[in-house]
Ligand binder design. Structure first.
Ligand code: GLP
Length: 270
């Protein structure tokens, strides 16, 4: 575990874009998607549930997307059995489309309510998602930045973008390690893949608000989950290629406590 001083030093280096030391993320490859979900939920060093049980006021960054659906199902089931409470937990969503009605069925706000918030005892005022209906996107990014800067982050759970996007959150290619919360235009590959999650693809916004790479690297621990063949190229590029802005997920190699948990399809090119 990093000491508080080490974390502050890391955050400082990130903010100055002076990262030098790199690390090998831990790789965990499990035979089925279900086992990937179980590891992400229950593993005693990386899992969300032990994190929450060990520290009831944990602060988490959480993803949306198909990858995370099984994980949220396990958390809901565990909550229904009642050995876990999320009452003291604070959550920050990684990203959200902009502009979109927060009640749109394909908004990330709706996704989080459906998958998690409406089923557990988390306090609504501790669930933070960028406001996708904010009239001024830069003001909203500033508000979200100020909010998250007030917290130490215990665990960031991430997916990885499809194909060769290698995005984390919506940090698309050309994002830098010192990037912060901001509005981004989505890559064409991201748009094409995510449009399939909209009943009417023309309703998908072309932009989003995302936490920056520096905000993600501020977390004490990071867990990246990848499943399926559409992640294989990106996982290989991220873990084995040069660290650089053409593969934003590769910046995770600047952080000393990162685990990649994958199914065999996502790990196929490692
Ligand atoms: C999406 C989102 C991320 C998500 C990732 C994986 O585009 N911006 O927050 O973690 O890419 O999505 P999926 O799990 O649907 O493959």
């Amino acid at each position: 575990m990093l000491t508080r001083i080490e974390l502050l030093q890391l955050a400082d280096q990130v903010a100055r874009g002076e990262l030098g030391k790199t690390y090998e993320p831990k790789r965990v490859i499990l035979p089925t998607e279900e086992e990937v979900d179980r590891y992400s939920a229950f593993d005693c060093t990386d899992g969300i549930i032990p994190q929450i049980q060990n520290k009831q006021d944990s602060v988490l960054i959480l993803p949306t997307g198909r990858t995370s659906i099984g994980l949220y199902r396990l958390i809901r089931e565990e909550f229904q059995k009642k050995p876990v409470t999320l009452h003291g937990v604070t959550l920050f969503n990684l990203d959200e489309y902009w502009p979109i009605n927060p009640n749109h069925p394909s908004s990330y706000n709706m996704f989080m309510r459906n998958q998690l918030f409406d089923h557990v005892d988390i306090q609504p005022e501790r669930c933070h998602i960028p406001n996708s209906a904010a009239p001024n996107v830069d003001e909203e990014a500033k508000r979200y930045q100020t909010l998250i800067d007030g917290f130490n982050i215990d665990l960031a759970v991430l997916g990885i973008g499809p194909g060769n996007t290698c995005h984390i959150g919506f940090n698309e290619k050309r994002s830098t390690p010192s990037s912060r919360v901001r509005y981004v235009e989505l890559d064409s590959e991201t748009r094409a893949t995510n449009a399939t999650l909209f009943e009417d693809p023309s309703e998908m916004p072309t932009g989003a608000i995302t936490l920056g790479i520096a905000d993600i690297l501020r977390a004490r621990k990071i867990l990246l989950i990848a499943k399926g063949e559409n992640k294989a190229w990106g996982i290989n590029r991220t873990l084995k290629g040069p660290i650089g802005a053409d593969a934003p997920a590769s910046f995770l190699r600047f952080h000393p406590r990162v685990t990649f948990v994958m199914d065999p399809k996502a790990a196929a090119y490692l």
